[in-house]
Design a protein around this ligand. Sequence first.
Ligand code: IMP
Length: 432
Amino acid sequence: MANTVLVGAQWGDEGKGKIIDVLAEEADWVVRYQGGNNAGHTVEIGADRYVLHLIPSGILHDGKRCIIGNGVVVDPVALLEEIDGIEQRGIRTGGRLFVSDRAHLVFPYHKRIDEYREQKPATGAKIGTTKRGIGPTYGDKAARVGLRAGDLLEPHFADMLRQRIETNNKIIATFGGPPLDVEQTVETYRAVAARLTPYVADTIPMVHQAISRKEPILFEGAQGTLLDIDYGTYPFVTSSNATSGGACTGSGVPPHRVDRVIGVIKAYSTRVGEGPFPTELKDEMGERLRKIGNEFGATTGRPRRCGWFDLVVARYSAMVNGIDDWAVTKLDVLDDVDEIKVCVAYEFDGRRYETLPASVRVLEGCRPVYESFSGWRCSTKEARARDELPAACREYLAALARLTGAPISILSNGPRRENTLRLDRAGSMIAP
Ligand code: IMP
C-alpha cells in the first residue's frame, strides 16, 4: 500500500471509520491529523461494535501503530476514557499509540465557551456544534494562547493552566456562567498529565522514519470537505482543515510523500448541525433514508438531515482534495428506492452553478437541478463482486464515476468488514 490520505467528501459521517478499518490492514501506521472528539468513527467487527472519537481506528488491528497528529485537538480526559474503554476490551495501546507533543489540548473552559457561544451566537446564527470545545481550542491555537500535549511534561504546567483558567473564567463571566474552580481543575489535570505522559511523543520523526523505511501510512481524516474551515460552507463548518491538505499540516508528512487520496462518499447525502444543505429532503423520503441508514450522530446521537447525492459537492471535493478514487458507502440503503435522484447543478437568481458557491445565501436559496436514475429494488448486501450487483446499481455507480471524473475503487454495502467490495484489488474499478 502507498501512503494514503482518506477524506470525507461530503459533510462528515460518510462511513470513513469502516473504510479506514478495512485499509488499515494494509498499513503499518494510521495517523489522525485534524479535528478532535467531535468525530465518531464506528467499526463493526463480528458482533462487536466500536465507536472511536480520538484514537485512530487502526488500533483495532493487532500490531498497527497509531498517531494522533499535531493538527488534532485532544481532550485529555476523553482520550484517557477512550484508552480505558478499549484496553478493557483487550486492545493494548502502550507502545502503539502516540500523541504529538504539538497537539493542542481541550480544557473544560473550551467546552463551556463552546456551549455558551451556541446559546448566544455572536452573529445570531447557531452552528450546531458538538459542544466538545473544538472551535474555542483551535481559536486559542490561532491566538497563540493554547496549551499543547508537550506542556503536560513541563515543570510549570500547573502555573500555565492556572493562568489560562483565570483568563477564561473572565470570558465565562461575560456569558453569565459560574467560574471554574481553579485549584480543583489544576489538580484534576495534574493527574491526567501523569497518566497521559507515556503516550506523548515527537511524532514528526516517527512519520518520516516510517516514510524512509517504506512502512505504509494511512492518514485518517475526520469530518468532511464541506465542514472544512476553508473549503466548507463557512461559517457552518468545523474549525480545522478536514481536506487532504490538512494531512500535511496536521502530521508533518510532506505533500509529495502522499501517494493516493481516497474520497469517501455516501450514496446519498447527510448533514448534522445547522447550515445550508441544497439537496435536503424534508419529506417522507428523507425520513426513509434516516431510518434505513440509521442516520443518527455517533458522537451526539442527533438525527442527521438526509438528502439526495450532490454532484456539485462531489466534484468540488474531488477538486480541492485531489481525489484519486472514491470509496462509496451505504449503497444498500438505496436498495428499496424506486427512483434515485442526483443533483447535477444549482440554480439561483437565473444563474446555473456547477461548482460550489461560497455564499451561504446562494446555497440556502438555490434550487437543485436533478437527474433521475431508476432504482434496483433488490438487495445489494450479498454482493461480493462488482458483477453480482444489479445492472441498475452498476449504472448508478458508473454515472457517479463519470460525472465526478474519478473511478470507484471501494464499495461498502453493509456495516461489517465483509460487506466491502475491493474493486481496486479485484481489478474491477468503476471507471469514469
Ligand atoms: P464542531 O466541530 O463541534 O465545532 O461542530 C461544527 C460543525 O461540524 C457542526 O455542524 C457539527 O455538527 C459538525 N461536525 C463536527 N464533527 C462532525 C463529525 O464528525 N461528523 C459530522 N459532523 C460533524
